[in-house]
Design a protein around this ligand. Structure first.
Ligand code: GUN
Ligand code: FE
Length: 484
């Protein structure tokens, strides 16, 4: 079992067993036992008579459990556009690709197809919790909530508010601030009906971004947030032209962050996506309000938005999680987001004009740090730190089983062998190019030779792993994905 102990350190435990009760919560953890068998026995002994009601999890060699990933920013209706962005940047991308796709999902048949696909795809990549933007359409947004619940992904589902005429296209906007508020309330009511305790699915207030919203609309959402203690999400300071637009639309306001603060939206329950071009003063303000940041490196590279400075935000005291930002980001994988967070931090380091060598070095994020962003950091952003993202007693069993490819002495993967095809002596080489995986399961890119340390194994998984390594995924103890 591997999870994050802190930003700096992974906690890796061997010969361990975790027991999960009928509610999907971790009931007992036994670690570093003399053997796997001992770990199981001790766990069972601790649970006594209750053992028949629990599942005991242990792994085989070249496998480990890791907490489920948390995607703090993803647009479910944009999933069909993943990879389709060309050379566009934010504002023309919204106009050309995004608004047409989102508005087309008012067709509920299309919405069902897209939303089912995106929930299943993200689960297959180990995302056990996602903060979704849906669309302005209430029925389709409610359908996304239904699907998350049925398929079994923990989710925040946001009906998108965009009530400003002129900026939003006429074919895709709210008729008025009052209409936006009413529609938001309808989705909240729906989610309360299907999940009264917000146990698996919860609403999230979603003013799209300042340019999409009127002052009246934002103030109404801030009031609703105060009354209902809901989470909220929006975009901030992603792109230079967007920031200019904000200054034009809110003249006299000193900064983008100040616009949200003036409308009562900068609270500890606000998740701000991107934060690429924040000023020092804005970061100080966000830290003081204890609002959170969703770092979306894949999107920021794809849309040429820039490189967000995670180390700097941490130093300012801001909590940060990771977002795929599909389809600004082309990948539904948080492992990919973690990898790109590591790479972008290296670009930030090399681009630091005035820094000394130590500062540059410090800017680079480590394997441990980006895996923290992907799990505990995301949980802190969404207020779930007591519920998920680690293997502690009382937390939900939100987990992924990772399997890596073990290389045997012959250089093949375990379970693979050369097949004789009867073509004589050259055939061995020929056949080697077509080695069948006899276990019927492709372990992806990560070749484990047997001499790696566990820290090295985690680094290899981060940089070369993908969903082929994600063998099984559980949310709240329910198996929601398994690779054949
Ligand atoms: N800003 C406003 N809307 C969006 C969106 O859908 N994606 C991204 N990346 N930024 C936005
Ligand atoms: Fe986004």
């Amino acid at each position: 079992f591997v999870h994050c102990q802190s930003r700096r350190d992974l906690d890796i435990f061997h010969n361990a067993a975790v027991a999960v009760d009928a509610d999907g919560k971790i009931a007992a953890v036994h670690r570093d036992c003399p053997s796997l068998a001992a770990a199981k026995t001790q766990t069972l002994a601790e649970l006594g008579w209750a053992a028949e009601n629990v599942d005991i999890y242990t792994t085989k060699e070249a496998q480990f459990f890791f907490p489920g990933f948390i995607d703090t920013h993803i647009h479910a209706p944009q999933y069909p556009n993943a990879g389709i962005f060309g050379k566009t940047t934010l504002l023309d991308w919204l106009e050309k690709h995004t608004f047409p796709m989102e508005s087309s999902l008012a067709d509920l048949n299309k919405a069902r197809k897209v939303y089912t696909a995106v929930v299943r795809r993200t689960l297959a990549h180990g995302t056990t919790t996602a903060a979704y933007y849906a669309t302005i359409d209430v029925a389709a947004t409610n359908l996304l909530a239904d699907l998350c619940r049925a398929i079994g992904q923990s989710a925040f589902v946001g009906r998108v508010c965009m009530d400003r005429p002129g900026i939003n296209p006429d074919y895709y906007r709210d008729a008025s601030p009052a209409a936006a508020l009413r529609a938001t309330q309808q989705t909240i009511d729906h989610i309360r009906r299907i999940d009264p305790g917000f146990d698996l699915v919860a609403p999230i207030l979603t003013p799209r971004f300042a340019p999409s919203c009127t002052s009246e609309g934002m103030k109404a959402l801030a009031k609703l947030q105060k009354e209902g203690a809901y989470l909220a999400q929006t975009h901030i300071s992603e792109n230079v032209n967007e920031i200019q637009l904000v200054h034009k639309l809110f003249p006299g306001t000193s900064s983008y962050a100040q616009v949200y603060d003036d409308h009562g939206l900068l609270t500890p329950k606000m998740v701000l996506a991107h934060a690429v071009h924040l000023t020092d003063d804005e970061a100080t303000l966000i830290a003081r309000r204890r609002s959170k940041v969703s770092h979306c490196p894949c999107s920021n590279s794809s849309l040429s938005s820039g490189a967000a400075r995670v180390r700097w935000m941490w130093q300012k005291g801001i909590e940060v999680g990771l977002g795929t930002d599909v389809s600004g980001g082309y990948s539904p994988s948080i492992l990919e987001a973690a990898r790109q967070a590591a790479l972008v931090s290296r670009h930030v380091a090399t681009a630091m004009a005035t820094a000394d060598a130590d500062e540059r070095e410090h800017c680079k994020l480590t394997v441990e740090e980006v895996l923290y962003l992907a799990t505990r950091g995301g949980a802190l952003c969404l207020g779930l730190e007591d519920r998920t993202a680690g293997f502690e007693v009382g937390k939900d069993w939100d987990a992924q089983l990772i399997g890596l490819g073990r290389v045997t002495d012959s250089g093949l993967r375990e379970g693979e062998e050369y097949t004789a095809n009867g073509h004589g002596s050259g055939a061995a080489v020929e056949a080697a190019g077509m080695v069948p995986a006899l276990n019927g399961c492709d372990e992806g890119n990560v070749d484990i030779f047997g001499w790696e340390s566990w820290d090295e194994i985690m680094a290899k998984w981060l940089y070369s792993g993908d969903d082929r390594n994600t063998k099984k995924v559980w949310v709240k103890g329910r198996l929601v994905h398994a690779r054949r």
